[in-house]
Write a protein that binds this ligand. Sequence first.
Ligand SMILES: NC(=O)c1ccc[n+]([C@@H]2O[C@H](COP(=O)([O-])OP(=O)(O)OC[C@H]3O[C@@H](n4cnc5c(N)ncnc54)[C@H](O)[C@@H]3O)[C@@H](O)[C@H]2O)c1
Length: 332
Amino acid sequence: MTLRVGVIGTGIMGADHAAILNAHVPGAEVTVLADTDVPRAQAVADGIPGARVLADAHALITSDDVDAVLVASSDATHVEYVLACLEVGKPVLCEKPLAPTSAECARVVEAESALVGGGDPLVSVGFMRRFDPGYVELKDLLGGGALGVALMVHSTGRSVSAVLGSSEFTVTGSAIHDFDIVPWLLDSPVVEVAWLAPRQSPDVTDRQDPQLMLLRTGDGVLSTVDVFLNARYGYDVRCEIVGSRSTASLSEPHRIERAEALTQGHAYAADWRPRFADAYRLQNQAWVGSLVRGERSPLPTARDGLQAALVAEAVIESMHSGGDFVRVSPPT
Ligand SMILES: NC(=O)c1ccc[n+]([C@@H]2O[C@H](COP(=O)([O-])OP(=O)(O)OC[C@H]3O[C@@H](n4cnc5c(N)ncnc54)[C@H](O)[C@@H]3O)[C@@H](O)[C@H]2O)c1
């Protein structure tokens, strides 16, 4: 069976997802692309045989030649399109965050549960780090007992530069990945958080940059999350689990080291796409494969999206209250 996929949003991520689905996902066919910026969508469609373009994403969702939808438009538009997919009963893979607020995420959870009850979820969320081979190996090492018991996790995210935003947007748009991956690694939910700010980078005026967050999970592990979006030197994601017997860290990003001009070293990616290329591909293959086989999607669910949004809101509350520890509200 071929799964005909419609992609909403053809910016950096939508274009990447469409290309991955077209070239690397057996069983997937990208049939329709929609973006308010039609020439942008057309430029992406030009590289995908048979794909057509619509200006209206709702028309894509109801199209007869779309079996499943991938939402990669801007964060604030996600909920509208995910709810529209639920209305017509089509599976949807929504880029992170499911929505900028927990109230919107809760609307999706409620709408989905009213539709499918305890059956297979229709909504999957693109927390693709769960498919990154390094993170998978870290989780397996911890789960297999090789590290002893986990005591701390250190999670670091740096990028070259960020589009204009706010301190809060660093939390909901970037650190949201950490709010999913840390509890996933530990198999324990985040129950308490704090937000702290070091000295401000002198080049940055739109937001506090860098930021440091503390996450306490239900198992008592204390994790640090530091995010520096205008770090200049490269895209760099690190993660270390400190266990009672040993520690383990991701060794990405490099597969190649070069020696030249009296130095030895490796290059950094300019953004997230090369670093997480395997993760996006494996995620999309897992999503399409499960739908083609009629199985439950193995991707994170709307509830996972809601859980991460609740952590983000607690972090922002701490940001606004001078760094106090804040309890994470349980999902209703
Ligand atoms: N998983 C990851 O690692 C990762 C990385 C980057 C971005 N993202 C997420 O992917 C999504 C897209 O990010 P991006 O970097 O591609 O942004 P982008 O700005 O490059 O692209 C967004 C696209 O959405 C289109 N758009 C805006 N409003 C729309 C609407 N109402 N209907 C249809 N199209 C609309 C814009 O015209 C644009 O082409 C965001 O939600 C972002 O948070 C995820």
